[in-house]
Design a protein around this ligand. Structure first.
Ligand code: FAD
Length: 318
């Protein structure tokens, strides 16, 4: 079922959803099941599965020459979606990115997803790969999420890349996109970022999932700004409990977000990461309760494959 239909059906009740990462190459599907099994008790409306593109590493070959090798640390997004849907009868939402895909390859990926009965897609540009200074699209690929949305929408209207097809079957994907309460780091301004988000919605996105934030005011202001420029689709808040002291340093660097003074003070005041986890869980519970009371459509948790913290939060909130 489409995410938007689930939200409509819930008639104002806040739904629970999670995001998981494919396991590292070499691990099997059991690590996914172990991670999400405890969360199934809270009947998630859907499970997002992230997509990780290849990275390049340099390795010296037998002749002593440095070789550029492409490697993918976390493969398997589509297969994991199929496995989860089959095992738990829950909606799985694959993340689809522009980076690393030509438009033809994207079309083939969409055909596979359609065959698998996947109704929802989170359409993203993807980040630049480690050794690149900025995002470089694949030659013949989509350059940003707007173009990817347009390609999916085309297929929803029966327009494929292959123009020789006669009467091609229209797909019916419900498209989600990313939104940034604290602005995407590359956007020249907050307003510019919002305007681009509006274009994504006008192009066919049916719902927005936010980057994680730790101060609900950021989300409320973001929703207000979106509504002011005519974005009417559901805006799903994404939350993550802090579990280590190191995250105080790395999350702002990776995701370009801020951590409220009070939260960082509470974390710095405790002795070890076991205690940090307690602070992080309690903070996310309070955030979740306030957002739920405000009537958000879904509370979406970035689990990073670890269920314990999310499970405790869900128990306290749902
Ligand atoms: P876009 O929507 O394409 O926007 C990119 C930037 O271009 C923005 O700054 C936008 O404001 C700016 N822009 C403004 N005007 C224009 C214009 N006219 N033309 C072009 N660009 C313009 N990454 C992964 O690799 N895999 C994942 O699974 C994944 N999941 C994510 C899930 C969520 C909920 C979120 C919030 C992010 C996720 N990401 C993932 C990270 C995401 O790929 C990065 O944040 C990426 O840098 C931007 O993706 P986007 O789809 O928001 O980009």
């Amino acid at each position: 079922m489409k995410i938007t239909e689930q939200i409509e059906k819930a008639a104002g009740k806040t739904l629970f959803s999670i995001e998981i990462l494919p396991p590292l190459k070499g691990k099997d599907i059991k690590s996914i099941y172990d991670g999400i099994e405890p969360l199934m008790d809270f009947a998630p409306a859907y499970v997002d599965v992230t997509y990780h593109r290849e990275e390049y590493i340099f390795r010296r070959n037998q002749a002593g020459v440095m070789e550029k090798i492409s490697t993918k640390k976390r493969p398997g997004t589509v297969a994991i979606c199929a496995a989860i849907m089959n095992r738990y009868k829950v909606e799985a939402v694959p993340h689809l990115i522009c980076g690393g895909f030509t438009k033809d390859e994207t079309e083939n990926a969409l055909i596979d997803l359609h065959f698998l009965g996947i109704d929802n897609i989170l359409a993203l540009r993807g980040d630049n790969i480690k050794n690149e200074p900025h995002f470089i699209p694949e030659p013949g690929g989509n350059t940003n999420s707007l173009e990817l949305i347009q390609q999916i929408e085309n297929m929803n209207n029966g327009v494929y890349m292959d123009q020789e097809l006669t009467n091609p079957f229209p797909t019916d994907f419900c498209i989600g996109v990313a939104g940034y309460p604290e602005k995407h780091f590359e956007a020249i301004s907050y307003q510019n970022d919002l305007n681009f988000l509006k274009r994504k919605v006008d192009a066919g996105a049916k719902y927005i999932v936010t980057q994680m934030f730790f101060d609900n005011e950021k989300y409320f202001n973001f929703v207000k700004s979106c509504r002011e420029i005519g974005i009417t689709v559901p805006i799903i808040p994404g939350l993550k409990p802090l579990t280590t002291k190191k995250q105080l340093d790395i999350l702002p660097k990776i995701f370009f977000l801020t951590i409220p003074e009070e939260l960082s003070k509470n974390i710095l005041a405790v002795a070890d990461d076991r205690a940090v986890k307690e602070v992080g869980i309690e903070w996310t519970i309070q955030q979740s309760k306030e957002l739920k009371a405000a009537g958000v459509p879904v509370l979406h948790y970035y689990t990073m494959g670890l269920s314990e913290a999310t499970s405790r939060i869900a128990k306290a909130v749902f």
